[in-house]
Design a protein around this ligand. Structure first.
Ligand SMILES: Cc1cc2nc3c(=O)[nH]c(=O)nc-3n(C[C@H](O)[C@H](O)[C@H](O)COP(=O)(O)O)c2cc1C
Length: 208
């Protein structure tokens, strides 16, 4: 069985919290199988022009005129053949980063071409500055998935004490302090690992 999982670092900063979550998810995937193709991409490497609302994607052939002058075709080639997509997006004012929002908006033609993302698994993750602040990001990603006909997946750890969605925060628990440059939110890393693992396990079950 050949499977491909695309993991998207949704921050303009390549090596920070979103990347930490994605790298942990990759380890979780690898714990299930080394045969799965892992396609890690940084959204900031792609030039994606903001949607201008021309609505041309509503009419056949449902293409976006902006795609002639940016990297969305490249993005399309990189991700549309995936069985699962894992997105880690930073919390910017309660929502996803502008890079991820533009990506979501410009995915509209894929919907209009009769749901090209249909039945692909989507695992949402978020990074935030402040504690308890990532839900808006997760909600944005879940809405994206549901509107595109995708299958949303969280992590399955200990049902009593483990969260089901990886949200990493820079703020230390119970302190007006932020984690240092060399420190990580190891709990969120574990959830991200479990979320990656869960995606891979589910893929095997679905594709059996
Ligand atoms: C423009 C901007 C807006 C932000 N807004 C919030 C916010 O509303 N709440 C919050 O907790 N963190 C906020 N942050 C902090 C980021 O969510 C946090 O630094 C996150 O870890 C960034 O992910 P990264 O390290 O992968 O880039 C904001 C950061 C920026 C740059």
């Amino acid at each position: 069985m050949s499977s491909k999982i695309t993991l998207i670092v949704g921050s303009p900063r390549k090596k920070r919290s979103c990347n930490f979550l994605i790298d942990n998810a990759i380890e979780g995937i690898k714990s299930v199988s080394n045969e799965i193709t892992i396609n890690k991409i940084f959204i900031t490497d792609f030039k994606i022009t903001p949607c201008n609302g021309c609505d041309q994607c509503l009419r056949p052939p449902n293409d976006c005129p902006l795609a002639e002058n940016d990297d969305t075709k490249k993005l399309e080639n990189s991700i549309l053949d995936s069985d699962a997509i894992i997105i880690a997006a930073p919390n910017y004012f309660g929502s996803v980063s502008s890079q991820i929002k533009v990506f979501i908006d410009r995915s509209r033609p894929w919907k209009m071409k009769n749901y090209l993302l249909k039945d692909i698994i989507l695992a949402p993750m978020a990074s935030t500055g402040l504690r308890n602040a990532g839900e808006g990001v997760i909600s944005d990603l879940i809405n994206f998935a549901l509107i595109q006909g995708m299958i949303c997946v969280g992590s399955l750890g200990n049902p009593v004490i483990e969260e089901n969605i990886a949200i990493t925060t820079l703020q230390k628990y119970n302190l007006k302090e932020f984690i240092g440059k060399e420190e990580v939110d190891s709990l969120a890393g574990k959830i991200a690992y479990n979320q990656g693992k869960r995606v891979a396990e589910l893929l095997f079950k679905i594709k059996k």
